[in-house]
Design a protein around this ligand. Structure first.
Ligand code: URA
Ligand code: URA
Length: 253
């Protein structure tokens, strides 16, 4: 019953917050009530529940999440994650940008295209790995017409339980945190990227590689920086015991 219990807990918390916040009785639409029924149905036949079902259950909770009211108001949609529920490698970014908010899929903008190229150069594919962000909503930029802002620590702490569940379900062999903000969100601690990257850390016993965010590579086109990311990805390929060709060894992104 763990999914039903957590869904129930979320509903009760949300209802009591609404009651305290507005003094009005909470109302729920027929569609929301139907979403709430899903985890219960899964739990009635636990053996038939696949990783995809479990991920879909979390995705439906995320889709209606209002824990950060300002983000729930400003987002076009939540951006849950994509890829293979049985992936060996899971990439973790910081938060959706404008393109991701519009498409509902992580890493589909310019940084995403570079990430996709890195994944393919590794001999993997977007469909074969799993990709998610610490934050499921695009950080709002009140008063600004465009641009992005990094998520706050509070926003990331609020959202992290969803990512933690995704990791627990997918159980990748390796996690890759992209950039300083993703590291801060995931580990709760910061540090200099140049000290953190290129070596193994861990998140709840899962090996964690830290590397630069693809948008950093877009800002800083120095071949030396790209080569560092590629060396970090070679470490990932070794860890998941993928054969590495000579061409891959010598590659510069
Ligand atoms: N940057 C991120 O960290 N995540 C995305 O999904 C897109 C850009
Ligand atoms: N600094 C960051 O914040 N992120 C990177 O990826 C690299 C440097």
């Amino acid at each position: 019953m763990p999914h039903f219990d957590s869904a129930l807990e979320l509903v009760l918390t949300a209802l009591s917050e609404m009651r305290e916040g507005s003094g009005r009785l909470p109302r729920a639409s027929r569609a929301s009530l139907q979403l709430l029924q899903q985890p219960r149905r899964d739990d009635l036949s636990p053996h038939a529940v696949t990783k995809s079902d479990r991920l879909a259950g979390i995705a439906s909770r995320v889709a209606i999440c209002t824990k950060c009211p300002h983000l729930a108001r400003s987002r076009r949609q939540t951006v849950f994650g994509v890829g293979n529920p049985d992936a060996d490698v899971m990439f973790i970014g910081e938060a959706p940008g404008a393109d991701e908010d519009a498409r509902g899929e992580p890493f589909v903008g310019r940084a995403g295209q570079l990430l996709t190229r890195i994944i393919e150069t590794m001999g993997l594919s977007r469909a074969g790995v799993y990709i998610a962000n610490v934050l499921k909503c695009r950080p709002d930029t009140p008063g600004a017409a465009a641009g992005n802002r990094p998520p706050t620590l509070t926003e990331m702490q609020t959202c992290l339980p969803y990512l933690a569940e995704q990791i627990e379900i997918v159980q990748p062999k390796v996690l890759v945190a992209l950039g300083a903000t993703a590291v801060e969100g995931l580990l709760g601690t910061g540090g200099m990227m140049r000290d953190l990257r290129g070596r193994w850390h861990s998140y709840n016993e899962t090996p964690l590689m830290i590397t630069y965010h693809p948008s950093y590579l877009l800002r800083n086109q120095a071949p030396s920086e790209k080569r560092k990311v590629w060396e970090d990805m070679l470490l990932v390929l070794e860890r998941i015991e993928r054969p590495i060709t000579e061409k891959q060894r010598n590659y510069f992104l």
